[in-house]
Design a protein around this ligand. Structure first.
Ligand code: NAP
Length: 247
């Protein structure tokens, strides 16, 4: 599944699932660009690891929900790389709370990063992909975008939006040799899930047929497969990585 000479942009690559995806792409021989907003130390460490594998790495500080920051990020990418072959829209946030008390700003913030961020980053690379007649776009959604979750109305709506986005765009660009797929992880052990109360985590594991949480690498393996030529005839799909949680 060689990705030698390919260039991938992984949003939110400083920690968690994005970090794992970035490192696996580097191991497969791809040049890797990551972005982040706060975790400069994490991003620097990821780039060091990427470069130690003999490929090019670049970390760019950019908030994916701001058009001007995405534009600047793309300018910096153009200065350093000829093309982006693969886009992994991974960066995402939660602002959980029951709907009855949910603040408008917590709705807006989650939508801006999780959904508008996907729009802006995809918009920034798709023209070039159309011109080069090749591209792979992978959007990290969530199973809660499919089955819902109390306390996550904003997050679930954003992740369901990502699925609609994926399917519509897949139809628009299929004839241009660009595939667009979504990955719907279940409960993956990262900073995002670490903050959940212990009793919530215990109850959650009971709802997973495999009775264990997933690891970031479980998601990374699928992202790499979907980006490889072995997945050239797969588009518009939402693939679960969830130990059977939603089926
Ligand atoms: P995480 O550990 O919290 O990491 C989030 C990453 O996104 C960090 O690198 C963070 O960088 C970056 N980020 C956040 N806001 C950003 C912004 N506005 N612009 C650019 N980068 C931003 O999260 P994770 O668990 O790895 O989740 C990764 C993706 O998987 C998310 O889309 C999440 O919704 C999805 N997901 C996760 C799970 C799970 O169980 N963990 C399940 C289903 C889906 P900074 O810290 O520098 O901001």
């Amino acid at each position: 599944m060689s990705l030698i000479e390919k260039t991938v942009l992984v949003t939110g690559g400083s920690r968690g699932i994005g970090r794992s995806i970035a490192l696996l792409f580097a191991k497969e021989g791809a040049n890797v660009i990551i972005n982040y907003t706060k975790d400069e130390e994490g991003a620097t460490d990821v780039i060091k690891e990427i470069e130690s594998l003999g490929v090019k790495g670049l970390a760019i500080k950019a908030n994916i929900s701001k058009a001007e920051e995405v534009d600047k990020m793309i300018d910096e990418i153009k200065e350093n790389f000829d093309r982006v072959d693969i886009l992994i829209n991974n960066a995402g946030i939660t602002k959980d709370g029951l709907f009855i008390g949910m603040k408008e700003r917590d709705w807006d913030k989650v939508m801006e990063v999780n959904l508008k961020g996907v729009f802006l980053c995809t918009k920034a690379v798709i023209r070039k992909m159309i011109k080069q007649k090749h591209g792979k776009i992978i959007n990290i959604s969530s199973i809660v975008g499919i089955i819902g979750n109390p306390g996550q109305v904003n997050y679930s709506a954003s992740k369901a939006g990502v699925i609609g986005f994926t399917k519509s765009l897949a139809r628009e660009v299929a004839s241009r040799n660009i595939t667009v797929n979504a990955i719907a992880p279940g409960f993956i052990e990262t900073d995002m899930t670490k903050i959940l109360p212990e009793d919530v985590k215990r109850n959650m594991v009971e709802t997973i047929p495999m009775k264990k949480y997933g690891k970031p690498e479980d998601v990374a393996n699928l992202a790499v497969f979907l980006s490889s030529d072995k997945a050239d005839y797969i588009t518009g799909q939402v693939i679960h990585v969830d130990g059977g949680m939603a089926m």
